[in-house]
Design a protein around this ligand. Structure first.
Ligand SMILES: *Cc1c(COP(=O)(O)O)cnc(C)c1O
Length: 380
């Protein structure tokens, strides 16, 4: 076993996280929706101009809330990219929906909007585009197809917070969008997420669903004199200690993004000639998109090369990891009828994409070790 010198991900204290957590404890409000949660809600609502932001215990749970809000029922179909994290579809399958997988574009790895319309039926209830690596999907086309057919859009924006498509914030196109603050994401609190609600008709019910199906929020606002069970729901509020951690990260958001941008640009510049020479593809970011510098990946010529390269890095204590395996070919995906060949781009990316170590505190010397290791790889 070789010791890990450079991990794939490393969460880091970036500002006042520790002091904030201490403050949350001192405040005596460590359950959900305390002072820090309120501050984060307000800040995110103001920055992104959405009707309502609600912190959740994860992006997965924010997706589950969106499925409840859309009244997804057995027999409904929900369209997702086949190249994504399991939660994107599982949240809807949990309500009985049938997943409909659409292949992704080779260039951006995002849902291929040119394949979208052929997958729509009278049962289609929602489209859930994923802004892969924080690079926006073709939202103009996706939204116009959705409007034409009267279908809801929920953006899985786990990787795209502070990204833009044609100057508009990602997460503000669909009726709802979901964010992740998992320790692998740009802004973190360990485990956490948020639901962004752009349609104000959904706000009140979202509060109820998030509070175990009760009208507790109305009670706290003095709008009803006791609170009671009014709908189905669950417990989706994170502790205010996590919101405190998150608030500190949001405070230094520009520094975090600047650090990530430097890492991303260094990889992209230093590896350009090498990639060209060996038929390795680098990320593509369209001009009309502002990306979030969430990850840096390479697409290798084959699974065999990727495996050898990963091993070559591992021997030097560097952890590089592949990403999504095609969902339509997973055990569950096959039960819904998924077959090899359904989504050829996704199937290739499952074999050929490799993510390089990427975190806020990756030092110049660590990064140059990674780059040197790549440049000296010879087993093509
Ligand atoms: C990370 C991620 C999720 C899940 O986020 P959690 O907060 O861990 O539930 C969902 N979708 C995408 C695209 C992700 O990258």
């Amino acid at each position: 076993m070789v010791d890990i010198r450079i991990p794939f991900n490393k969460p880091a204290i970036m500002g006042n996280e520790m002091a904030n957590i201490q403050q949350a404890v001192t405040n005596g409000h460590i359950s959900g929706d305390g002072p820090f949660s309120k501050q984060v809600h307000k800040q995110l609502q103001e920055t992104f101009g959405v009707e309502r932001v609600l912190l959740t215990t994860s992006c997965t749970h924010a997706l589950e809330m969106s499925a409840l809000l859309l009244d997804i029922r057995p027999g409904d179909e929900v369209i997702v990219p086949s190249y994504t994290f399991v939660s994107t579809i599982n949240a809807f399958a949990l309500r009985g929906a049938k997943p409909v997988f659409v292949d992704v574009r080779w260039d951006t790895k995002n849902l291929d909007e040119t394949h979208l319309e052929q997958h729509i039926t009278h049962r289609t209830k929602a489209i859930v585009p994923v802004h892969y690596a924080g690079v926006g999907c073709e939202m103009d086309t996706i939204m116009s197809i959705a409007r034409k057919h009267g279908i809801s859009v929920v953006e899985d924006n786990a990787q795209g917070l502070y990204g833009k498509y044609k100057g508009q914030w990602l997460g503000t196109f669909g009726e709802m969008s979901t964010v992740s603050f998992h320790e692998t994401k740009n802004i973190q609190c360990g485990e956490g997420g948020a639901l962004f609600i752009n349609d104000k008709r959904l706000v009140e019910r979202a509060e109820i669903i998030r509070e175990k199906g009760t009208n507790r929020s109305r009670y706290f606002r003095g709008q009803v004199d006791k609170y009671t069970w009014v709908d189905i729901g669950s417990s989706y509020l994170p502790s205010d200690m996590l919101a405190a951690y998150l608030q500190a990260q949001l405070e230094v958001q520009t520094e975090i993004y600047a650090a990530r941008e430097r890492v991303w640009n260094t990889y992209d510049t230093e590896l350009a000639a090498w990639a060209e020479e060996h038929g390795v593809e680098r990320p593509y970011v369209p001009n009309h998109v502002d990306q979030t510098y969430h990850m840096y990946y390479l697409v290798l010529p084959s699974l065999e090369v990727r495996t050898r390269l990963q091993e070559h890095l591992r021997k030097q204590g560097i952890v590089a990891v592949f990403h999504y395996q095609p969902l339509h070919l997973s055990e569950m995906g096959k039960q819904y009828g998924g077959q090899a060949g359904d989504a050829p781009v996704t199937e290739k990316l499952g074999d050929q994409l490799l993510r390089l170590p990427f975190y806020n505190t990756l030092t110049e010397s660590e990064q140059s070790s990674v780059i040197q290791a790549l440049l000296t790889f010879e087993e093509w």
